[in-house]
Ligand binder design. Structure first.
Ligand code: MTE
Length: 395
């Protein structure tokens, strides 16, 4: 193994990394925008995102930290152990026979989505993403709570977490692992599932074949792929992807100050309210006074998106966009389970090019997005949900 030490954007990188072997990685759609080849990280172009409420699997963003493992579903099994009365192992077939199958429509979004806008302010460490580290899918599996019920866990212990560990060896010299509170895992309205299918087909290798967690409303990092272990633990996972990544710090905290702060900062779990303009793209040319449809997405952490505001003059005046596609959960009597994004459109009769288009969303709790990315800049470049701005050129 070849250990790498180095500088990223001129900053010291304290973490050791190894070169992994990517020769066995699957082939991918040429329509994805590649942000890193090894490990493979690629996003969906904005224009494609807004074409589908359910993102096609081959166009769904991929966020890997190492090579994609090749797992035979016939011999595959995962373990459930740790602070349980009854540890066990389960094969995929046993899992599929063990409980009722459910299909959950849920958006996954990487905490690093829109990192490039933070990079433009001041360098940050991490794979660069525009607005496409997000996708919405229909996930089929069994509720995690049904599996955990067999393990005889002390459900009255509020400290317990459910840790998922993946199969693959990551560049960061560890297995990928992450945890969620037991309360989220056991909540019948939390909709956490162990999924083997995406959009009606077995998971593709990039998206976790044969089994992954889907944790609706949480950052994508918690939806662990290629599950090898499920551990019931006291407190949060000690895995680096829980402890030394996906944490928020003040804009004033830089790499020389962060060491003593990692342990004091709470790992990110729930998503914040977010929206982005997918059409037009930055620096696109739109002839002045032409009719044009501005399109984008918005989501929160299960709370319904109730309004998306769009400005054609850098945020001075606003118009309300039409929400054209959204979960139908309210009709089923569900509340705060809007796990899928909302797609929105604003039709403009005479587009005022050149101009700066801005969007911001509101959820049912009246949460909205901060105006400026600079106020939420953080050294890992995560959770950028500032107003999204797109510059349009005239012709
Ligand atoms: N699980 C494993 N085992 N390894 C990973 O690298 N990446 C996480 C999560 N689960 C990851 C993982 C991150 S950061 C995200 S955003 C989502 O998977 C991305 O899921 P996707 O690649 O299916 O879009």
């Amino acid at each position: 193994m070849d250990v790498l030490h180095g500088l990223v954007n001129g900053m010291k990188v304290s973490d050791e990394k190894v070169h992994c072997d990517y020769a066995g990685d699957p082939t991918r759609s040429s329509e994805l925008i590649i942000n890193s080849k090894k490990p493979f990280n690629a996003e969906t172009p904005g224009g494609i995102l807004v074409k589908h409420f359910v993102t096609p699997v081959d166009l769904f963003y991929v966020r890997n930290h190492g090579p994609v493992p090749e797992i035979d579903p016939k011999t595959y099994e995962f373990s459930v152990s740790g602070l349980v009365g009854q540890p066990f192992k389960m094969s995929l077939a046993e899992l599929q026979d063990s409980a009722n199958h459910v299909t959950i429509s849920a958006t996954l979004m990487c905490a690093g989505n829109r990192r490039n806008e933070l990079k433009d302010i001041k360098p940050v460490k991490g794979v660069g993403w525009e607005i496409g580290a997000i996708g919405n899918a229909e996930w089929t599996g069994v509720p995690l709570r049904d599996v955990l019920e067999k393990a005889k866990i002390d459900l009255n212990n509020p400290r317990l977490h459910v840790e998922f560990v993946g199969e693959e060896d990551c560049e960061e010299i560890t297995k990928y692992g992450s945890s969620i509170p037991l309360s989220k895992a056991m909540d019948p309205k939390g909709d956490v599932i162990l999924a083997w299918a995406m959009n009606g087909k077995p998971l593709s290798r990039d998206h976790g074949h044969p089994l992954r967690a889907v944790v609706p409303g949480f950052i994508g990092a918690r939806s662990v792929k290629w599950i090898k272990e499920i551990n019931i633990i006291d407190g949060e996972s000690q895995n680096r992807f829980q402890q030394k990544d996906y944490k928020l710090f003040l804009p004033s905290v830089d790499w020389d100050k962060v060491d003593e702060l990692w342990d004091k900062s709470v790992p990110i779990s729930w998503l914040a309210v977010q929206s982005a303009i997918c059409q037009p793209q930055n620096n696109e040319v739109i002839p002045k006074d032409q009719p044009y449809s501005i399109k984008g997405y918005a989501l929160s952490n299960g709370s319904r998106i109730v309004r998306v505001d769009v400005s054609l003059n850098s945020g001075k005046d606003w118009q309300v966009a039409d929400i054209v596609h959204q979960d139908k959960q309210e009709q089923k009597g569900w509340e705060n389970r809007y796990w899928s994004w909302s797609l929105w459109t604003l039709n403009v009769d005479k587009f005022p090019s050149p101009c700066t288009v801005v969007c911001r969303a509101w959820d049912i709790c009246s949460n909205t997005q901060p105006e400026n990315a600079a106020s939420i800049w953080n050294l890992r470049g995560v959770m950028n949900n500032a107003w999204h701005r797109v510059n349009v050129k005239g012709a």
